[in-house]
Design a protein around this ligand. Structure first.
Ligand code: NCD
Length: 327
C-alpha cells in the first residue's frame, strides 16, 4: 500500500499526504522549504496569511491527540481556513454510523480537507480513495503504519539544527520501533533525504523482523547504538499497542534503554536529542536529558505548525487547480 498514485497528480504535485513512501526527495525538500517560509509567519505578531481563506478543514480524530490536533488546528487558522474539530469517539461512531457515512455527511457540508487520525492502519488511504476529487486528505497518524507530518517536522528540526546535508549525519531512532508509526515514517524520510547512516536501537522484542530491509542498522544495546551519533530520536513505549509480555517491566526497560546524561556522552559532543512526545519521563529518558541542553523537543512542537501549514497549503494549491480545470 504505497499510496503513490493517490498522493501525487500526474505532474508530481501533492494531492493528499498519506505516507512518506511513494514521495520523492524533491517533494520532501519542497515541503521543508515551504515550511521554512512559514516559520517566519508563526513567529510574527500578526500570525495569519490568507492562503486558505474560505476553505473548510475538518480535523477528524478517531484517536486521542493533543500536540498533533492542536498544531494542525493552529496551522489551518494561520492559513485563514475555517476549522472544525470532530472527535469521533464521542460522536457518530458510537451511534453505529459507518466511516463512509460520516464522510459523506461532512462532504455534504462542503469540506475541502480532512485531517485524519485513526487507530487502524490504512484509514487515511481509505478515506482518500472515497472523497470527492477536489477534497484533500492528510494523514495525522494511522495505526502502526505512518505519521508523515511528524516525520517531516522532525526532518525540518534536524535540518535547522544540523544544516541541509543529511549525508554527513548518523541518526539513531531508539525505543519501541515495532509499534511506532513515527519510526516507520522517519526511516523513509531519512533515507529519501540520503542520511549517512540510520540506526534503530531497541530490545529484540520491540524490533520489527527484517528491519534491515528498510535501510537501517539494528542495535540491541543503547550505548553501542547511539555511539558517535549526531541525532538521537527517542520514542515512547506504546503500551496501548503491546499484546502479551514484550517487556519485563518499565523499570527494567529504563535500566537497559533509558537515556541518561551519562549514556548520552558516548554520542557526538554536539548531539541533538529529539522525541515526538508524549514523553514517559523515567521510562525512555531521564528528565535531565529531556530538559537538557541537547534537547530540541519543544522546538519540534513549534516546527509542527510551519510544517503542517506547508503540507496543507501545497495539497490545497493542487486541489484548486483540479477545481479550475473542472470549471
Ligand atoms: C506520536 C503518535 O501519536 O503517533 N505522537 C505524536 O503524534 N506527537 C507518538 C506517540 O504516541 O508516542
Amino acid at each position: 500500500m504505497s499510496g503513490a498514485n493517490l498522493q501525487v497528480d500526474e505532474d508530481g504535485r501533492l494531492r493528499h499526504f498519506l505516507s512518506i513512501e511513494g514521495l520523492n526527495r524533491g517533494l520532501l525538500t519542497e515541503i521543508l522549504d515551504t515550511a521554512e517560509s512559514f516559520a517566519g509567519v508563526t513567529a510574527q505578531t500578526v500570525k495569519k496569511v490568507p492562503l486558505l481563506r474560505g476553505k473548510t478543514i475538518v480535523n477528524l480524530f478517531f484517536e486521542a491527540s493533543t500536540r498533533t490536533r492542536t498544531t494542525f488546528e493552529l496551522a489551518a487558522k494561520r492559513l485563514s481556513a475555517d476549522v472544525l474539530n470532530i472527535n469521533v469517539d464521542a460522536s457518530s461512531a458510537t451511534k453505529g454510523e459507518t466511516l463512509l457515512d460520516t464522510l459523506r455527511n461532512l462532504e455534504a457540508m462542503h469540506v475541502d480537507m480532512f485531517v485524519v487520525r485513526h487507530a487502524e492502519s490504512g484509514a487515511a488511504h481509505f478515506i482518500a480513495r472515497n472523497v470527492e476529487p477536489h477534497v484533500s486528505v492528510i494523514n495525522a497518524g494511522d495505526g502502526r503504519h505512518a505519521h508523515p507530518t511528524q516525520a517531516m517536522l522532525d526532518m525540518f528540526t534536524i535540518r535547522r539544527v544540523k544544516g541541509p546535508d543529511f549525508g554527513r549525519l548518523r541518526v539513531a531512532i531508539v525505543g519501541d520501533i515495532l509499534h511506532s508509526r513515527v519510526a516507520r515514517s522517519q526511516i523513509h524520510a531519512l533515507n529519501l533525504l540520503n542520511t549517512g547512516e540510520v540506526r534503530v536501537v531497541a530490545p529484540k522484542t520491540l524490533t520489527p523482523i527484517h528491519v534491515e530491509t528498510l535501510g537501517v542498522r539494528p542495535y540491541h544495546d543503547l550505548c553501542e547504538g547511539i555511539r558517535d551519533c549526531d541525532v538521537v530520536i527517542m520514542l515512547r513505549l506504546q503500551r496501548e499497542r503491546m499484546q502479551g509480555a514484550l517487556l519485563p517491566s518499565e523499570h527494567e526497560y529504563y535500566r537497559l534503554f533509558g537515556l541518561t546524561e551519562e549514556r548520552l556522552s558516548v554520542a557526538k559532543p554536539d548531539v541533538t536529542v529529539m522525541h515526538p512526545g508524549p514523553i514517559n519521563r523515567g521510562v525512555e529518558m531521564d528528565s535531565r536529558v529531556a530538559d537538557g541542553p541537547h534537547s530540541v523537543i519543544l522546538e519540534q512542537v513549534t516546527h509542527g505548525i510551519a510544517v503542517r501549514m506547508a503540507v496543507m497549503s501545497m495539497a490545497m494549491r493542487q486541489q484548486d487547480r483540479t477545481l479550475e480545470d473542472g470549471a
